[in-house]
Write a protein that binds this ligand. Structure first.
Ligand SMILES: Cc1cc2nc3c(=O)[nH]c(=O)nc-3n(C[C@H](O)[C@H](O)[C@H](O)COP(=O)(O)O)c2cc1C
Length: 181
């Protein structure tokens, strides 16, 4: 999904931030700012549902200096982002986690995640899934499968629909997960 060579235009390592359609997504600017402070260059992928009002897309593009990627490029168009040095998914929804584990690459965001482990780069995930959904056996199996692929998960978080920007969603934890050996 990237360009082949890792590293951004400024020579900094390049971080993919994948944003799913959970209520807390409105606070994703905090994650981008934290990543920039840690000297990552950042490119954001968002699911099509997340693009539909879950966060301020113009604000995210201003922070990263790059367009958000949500739809596939057309054949022949250049790839806008370099290959990733690391990937974080925050917030990760029930839907995207299950599709990722099953290999159902029907959005660019999930396709990017499906490819990430094969690239050998660290992948950190902050799920935002209610306890009721998280009790579904398919979700538990998805977590087991993804952990077996080397994906690193933060603590469970039940955000609820109106939790945008909630300080209890520990955005920086996604970056900490990348540093764990
Ligand atoms: C306001 C609102 C908040 C939502 N919050 C969550 C959430 O925290 N976690 C979750 O798994 N789904 C949540 N959903 C449902 C997802 O948006 C829905 O499952 C969607 O299909 C996920 O798409 P995606 O995984 O492609 O982003 C929420 C929906 C709405 C309308």
């Amino acid at each position: 999904m990237g360009d082949g060579e890792p590293g951004g235009s400024k020579g900094a390592p390049f971080l993919y931030v994948v944003v799913c359609a959970a209520g807390v997504a409105s606070g994703v600017g905090a994650l981008i700012d934290a990543a920039l402070r840690r000297d990552w260059e950042v490119g954001v992928f968002a699911t099509p549902v997340a693009m539909d009002g879950f966060f301020d897309t113009a604000d995210v593009e201003a922070r990263t200096g790059r367009p958000i990627r949500s739809a596939w490029r057309r054949p022949g168009e250049p790839r806008p982002f370099p290959a990733p040095d690391a990937v974080v998914v925050a917030p990760a929804t029930f839907n995207t986690v299950n599709k990722w584990a099953a290999g159902l690459a029907d959005t660019l965001a999930v396709a990017t995640l499906c490819e990430a482990c094969g690239l050998g780069v660290p992948v950190g995930v902050l799920p935002c899934v209610s306890d009721a959904l998280a009790s579904h056996p398919a979700y538990r199996a998805s977590l087991d499968r993804l952990r077996g692929m080397g994906v690193r998960f933060g603590d469970p978080y039940e955000g609820g629909a109106a939790a945008g920007g909630d300080r209890r969603f520990h955005w920086e934890r996604a970056l900490d997960l990348l540093e764990r050996r």
